[in-house]
Design a protein around this ligand. Structure first.
Ligand code: GLA
Length: 403
């Protein structure tokens, strides 16, 4: 009896050390909104760029529209010191990361950084393999709020274990950090990462084109439509605090305004993180208007947290629907063709059911008002068929509100 008691006591004492910590809950109840340096600047990152981008995020109205994170991607690194601590590149970050985080925080924004689970990042800089706890501690001391964690040079590593290790390290360091998993969907993160990170990339890198595949030889990057098509079957895995990440935005990087609008709309509909990837300091009014369209952002940020589904397609025009709070829906007609198309959607003769959210849009039973989110104009009701003329590579996007 005594022995059993002793054993029980011993087991109880061991429990806390065996128990795994959890990720920082609640940091991405809705998909994260921010900016990242990679798509436009690649390895040309500096404290000056980051400061100016933080300024521009405020002056452009993006902060007011909800964007929060300024994320430095690959190549900020200098060397590890003799004790193994990582330091930023001295030439490009002369004031150090703590001073930069203080500056970004003084603007009411948050600072993100990038590392890699392997021994080197994709850009050949020092990775975190073997230094996870030390790096997490360093980031916490600097005041970092977001970590994008990449997957280059990880031979022999198991993804789930490697990302768990970094989750534990961040937790131990104690500063809440949004953990953005980036292993390109290679290890089906949607099956294991719900409690590990706040979002996971579902595909390889985006390429700045609407409909193309860019072959780099040993790997490929993907246009907007190609990434969209790779989301099939993934919507059931996403929700508050664990999102399917369709990669950073190319809005403002050279596609046409129509294409940028369609790209932004689809990322909003599929509840992907919206991380701008353009030069915020010099962007055109048209680009800023896309990135700050609040009703479209509200579709992305809707509290129900359910991704849109492809309802049907006709003649290269796809109809997508996203159930929203208070019985509302968002609707997109996406024209994949390069030429304009006329389309019509007769609410009353369509069966619109979503088994995932158990929601139904039955226009014979209830009537909804339509609001065009890009024209910002009333667009009738569901009593009549909705007719559209959609330019090539563009969308019509409306919100339906029950009357
Ligand atoms: C990978 C990632 C990109 C970017 C680069 C940086 O390709 O998927 O998003 O972070 O590495 O080298």
């Amino acid at each position: 009896m005594r022995n059993i008691k002793l054993l029980l006591l011993l087991a109880a004492a061991m429990l806390p050390s065996l128990a795994m910590a959890q990720k920082f809950e609640g940091l991405a109840k809705t998909p994260q909104l921010g900016w990242n340096s990679w798509n436009k600047f690649g390895c040309n990152v500096s404290e000056q760029l980051i400061r100016e981008t933080a300024d521009a995020m405020v002056s452009s109205g993006m902060k007011a529209a909800g964007y929060q994170y300024i994320n430095i991607d690959d190549c900020w690194h200098g060397e590890r010191d003799a004790r193994g601590f990582i330091h930023p590149n001295k030439e490009h970050f002369p004031s150090g990361m703590k001073a930069l985080a203080d500056y970004v925080h003084s603007k009411g924004l948050k600072l993100g950084i990038y590392s890699d689970a392997g021994w080197k990042t994709c850009g050949g800089k020092p990775g975190s393999r073997g230094y996870e706890y030390q790096d997490a501690l360093t980031y916490a001391e600097w005041g970092i709020d977001y970590l994008k964690y990449d997957w280059c040079n990880t031979n022999g590593l198991k993804a789930e274990g490697a990302y768990l290790t970094m989750r534990e390290a961040l937790r131990k360091a104690g500063r809440p950090v949004l953990f953005s998993i980036c292993e390109w969907g290679d290890n089906q993160p949607w099956e294991w990462a719900k409690d590990v990170g706040h979002s996971w990339r579902t595909t390889g890198d985006i390429y700045n084109c609407f409909d193309c595949v860019h072959d780099h030889g040993t790997w490929k990057s993907w246009g907007v439509l190609q990434i969209l098509d790779k989301q099939d079957g993934l919507r059931e895995h996403a929700g508050a605090d664990h999102w399917n990440d369709m990669d950073m935005l190319e809005v403002g990087n050279g596609m046409s305004i129509n294409e940028d609008r369609a790209h932004f709309s689809m990322w909003a509909m599929l509840a992907s993180p919206l991380i701008a990837g353009n030069d915020l300091r010099t962007m055109s009014k048209e680009t800023a208007a896309i990135l700050t369209n609040r009703p479209v952002i509200a579709v992305n940020q809707d509290g129900l947290g359910v991704q849109a589904f492809r309802h049907s397609a006709r003649d290269g025009v796809e109809f997508w629907l996203k159930p929203m709070t208070d019985g509302a829906w968002a609707f997109v007609a996406l024209n994949r063709n390069a030429e304009a198309r006329k389309a019509s959607f007769d609410w009353k003769s369509e069966s619109i059911r979503d088994p995932l959210s158990r929601r139904e849009l039955d226009a014979r039973q209830a009537s909804y008002t339509l609001h065009d989110l890009w024209k910002n104009a009333a667009a009738g009701t569901t009593r009549r068929a909705f007719t559209m003329e959609i330019p090539g590579h563009d969308v019509v996007m409306v919100k339906l509100t029950p009357r």
